[in-house]
Ligand binder design. Sequence first.
Ligand SMILES: Nc1ncnc2c1ncn2[C@@H]1O[C@H](COP(=O)(O)OP(=O)(O)OP(=O)(O)O)[C@@H](O)[C@H]1O
Ligand SMILES: O=C(O)C[C@@H](O)[C@H](O)C(=O)CO
Length: 322
Amino acid sequence: MAKKYNLIAIGRAALDLNAVEYNRPMEATKSFAKFVGGSPANIAIGSARLGQKVGFIGKVSDDQHGNYITQYMQHVGVDTSNLVKDDEGHKIGLTFTEIKSPQDCSILMYRDQVADLYLRPAEVSAEYLAQTDQLVISGTGLAQSPSREAVLKALGIAKKLGVQVVFELDYRPYTWTNTEETSIYYQIVAQQADIIIGTRDEYDILENYVGNSNEQTVAELFKYAPQLIVIKVGAKGSYAYTKAGAAYHGYPYKSHVLKTFGAGDSFAAGFLYAVSHDLGIDKALQYGSAAASIVISQLSSSAAMPTVAQIEDFLKTAEVIN
Ligand SMILES: Nc1ncnc2c1ncn2[C@@H]1O[C@H](COP(=O)(O)OP(=O)(O)OP(=O)(O)O)[C@@H](O)[C@H]1O
Ligand SMILES: O=C(O)C[C@@H](O)[C@H](O)C(=O)CO
């Protein structure tokens, strides 16, 4: 019987405050526009825009910002029954963006004592996870307790129930104590995940070593559960590897780049949509690259997530970056 959800994501839902006056440093920016943000929330929203049935497990502040995030996610069709309100006064995470030029963008995160990292194991429901085909785990959820244990509980339940586990490495250094610790927790989850998505730099963090080739990285991970591994390299595109030994190159597409953040989350939503619909790995990489090209041409990450029709339209005239 078909499950209620194609995908449930676990991790942070937060706020992005994106510079409205761009092509200048943050010090000179007076206006910021508010959007829902947080990598797993962005992936959930992007997946819902693509017509996927999506749920979310997380924690938001019990205030106007938490209300806004919950209402926005409901508005785009993400189920928020397991997006709980914090009862200890923790606040929402804020991400300010700086767009000095299309090539020079950065984010500034305010993530001290943020509500998402206080998600408790008791707030992860086996009944909810039984209703999904896929669980998307964001690496940042492993950064601190009790969120770390909540995520590991979700992983254990998913494995027991045969839910496909996707690990989005999503490394945000601000919330971690040191990279050795990150590597330990990343390896625990990566070894049990069915699909892993991350940038080359994030795999270096996972391995706690800089210098391995993609082939060395995937050979090590394929000794464990993973069946499909994606390694992204920004404007140089992406690579996908299967346990059966196939390798694919995802070409990036030319875009009227306004800013580059949001590329990874839109890529994940597009890629996972195509994988869930058995469209093949080449198509999945095309969907990921196209979704990313669309999102980086706009101010927001979450609000710019494309529909399937937008991706198909884009691909009709898309030009590959060589
Ligand atoms: N400048 C660009 N032009 C075209 N496509 C891009 C560009 N930057 C990224 N992409 C596309 O987005 C995909 C993901 O980008 P990237 O490797 O930067 O992920 P990320 O670091 O997770 O992104 P983010 O900046 O959102 O954290 C790339 O594989 C590529 O297809
Ligand atoms: O992941 C975050 O918490 C910040 C995002 O919402 C932001 O849009 C971004 O940087 C995406 O890459």
